[in-house]
Design a protein around this ligand. Structure first.
Ligand code: XIL
Length: 372
């Protein structure tokens, strides 16, 4: 398990920022003499970071990487690409999903995923792989497999081939996504669960570790943020995996939330993160967006973004924050059928408005990432 290494990764990024500046304004003439006083330096408060220019720089202040979900077909739009360069971590919003990269059995097509990956690499951004085993955006041919052997072969081949293609390029994979039902009362009735039983999850992680031993391996789900039947189920599941020695490195809390301060409750979010951290696992805020519905204000949205991300920053094992898109104009929540506002209002859930103006939420995230 690589879990323990991650905590120190987070720290080392912090250490590399802004260390060259003078630590006190009092005298430049004492430059040579100050070397002798190095014990004194140890007692000095940590050096504050430079005023960040980008969201990624704000995250570097606290040793976090800051991600965004990108769509390949928007990368040619210059305002979109400019905003994307604020981040140093990229999830393909759709293009690395099964329906895109293995549309028919054994015929792999990485073209769309590669567009997103190349954009990330050209811009010095790390890449998150999303998602290997998921009941959604699954091609029909997988859904219609009808034996344990066929499902197992398809699942393992998919994991092996996709991870081999991106080996060395992807920092982390969501290996299993949304295995629990909405309420967390049972594992969903996916083709994987139906034919392989609950063990499909262990099998997927074991295959993933073999396919790319250097990649971090995550379980990712929604509505498991605060203390609830569902977060308990996820917690017990990953606790069992850790106990059995199944290779898992972290738990993604998707964090598709609304403004009102009840789900997740901040206190419960803190507790839930802590119990996951106590298992030696990392926690990711993996897909945050905050729906701004009727009657609520932009200030409230900004406060909600701030408060949730601040909880992550206060938890040393919460290592990544990813925002689920750039501009409100293209949010997945605008599309009919998405979990949106109760009366069908436009949710405006992101950090840039429809015309790429930075919203109050942008400033709020900038502060929270610095731990402010
Ligand atoms: C969403 C994308 O944003 C949409 O464009 C697509 O139509 C459906 O999927 N949980 C996940 C993500 O893990 O993959 C989903 O992304 C949002 C919910």
């Amino acid at each position: 398990m690589t879990g323990t290494e991650t905590g120190s990764d987070a720290g080392s990024e912090t250490g590399s920022t802004s260390t060259s500046g003078s630590t006190s304004g009092d005298s430049e003439t004492t430059d040579v003499a100050t070397d002798e006083g190095s014990e004194v330096d140890d007692d000095e408060p940590p050096i504050m970071c430079e005023p960040p220019q980008r969201l990624a720089d704000a995250g570097a202040c606290t040793g976090r990487i800051v991600g965004v979900a990108l769509a390949a077909n928007r990368l040619g739009e210059s305002s979109y690409a400019t905003a994307a360069r604020e981040f140093n971590y990229v999830t393909a919003e759709n293009e690395m999903k099964w329906s895109y990269n293995e549309p028919s059995p054994g015929r792999f097509d990485f073209s769309a995923g590669d567009q997103v990956a190349s954009f990330a690499e050209r811009n010095g951004m790390q890449i998150k792989g999303h998602a290997l085993v998921w009941h959604n955006q699954l091609p029909g041919w997988v859904e219609s497999l009808n034996s344990a052997q066929a499902v197992r072969e398809a699942m393992l081949r998919h994991i092996r081939e996709v991870m081999a293609h991106y080996r060395g390029r992807v920092r982390a994979w969501d290996v299993v996504n949304e295995a629990w039902n909405e309420e967390g009362t049972a594992l969903r009735d996916s083709v994987f669960h139906r034919y392989l039983g609950p063990g499909f999850i262990d099998e997927a992680f074991i295959a993933a570790r073999e396919a790319d031993p250097a990649a971090k391996l995550y379980y990712n789900d929604f509505d498991g943020e605060d203390l609830s039947v569902k977060s308990n189920a996820i917690y017990e599941m990953v606790r069992g995996m850790v106990e059995r020695g199944v290779p898992i490195d972290g738990v993604g809390l998707q964090m598709h939330v609304r403004i009102p301060d009840d789900e997740p409750s901040l206190e419960e979010l803190r507790e839930n993160m802590q119990r996951i951290a106590d298992l030696g696992l990392d926690i990711l805020v993996s897909e945050i967006d905050v729906r701004w519905c009727n009657g609520e204000t932009e200030e409230q949205q900004a406060a909600r973004y701030h408060d949730i991300i601040k909880i992550c920053i206060e938890q040393p094992r919460c290592t990544e924050v990813t925002i689920w898109g750039i501009t409100d104009r293209y949010s997945w929540l605008n599309v009919p059928g998405a979990p949106s506002c109760p009366n069908g209002e436009t949710p405006h859930p992101l950090l840039w408005d429809d015309n790429y103006g930075k919203k109050l939420s942008y400033d709020a995230v900038m502060l929270a990432l610095q731990g402010l």
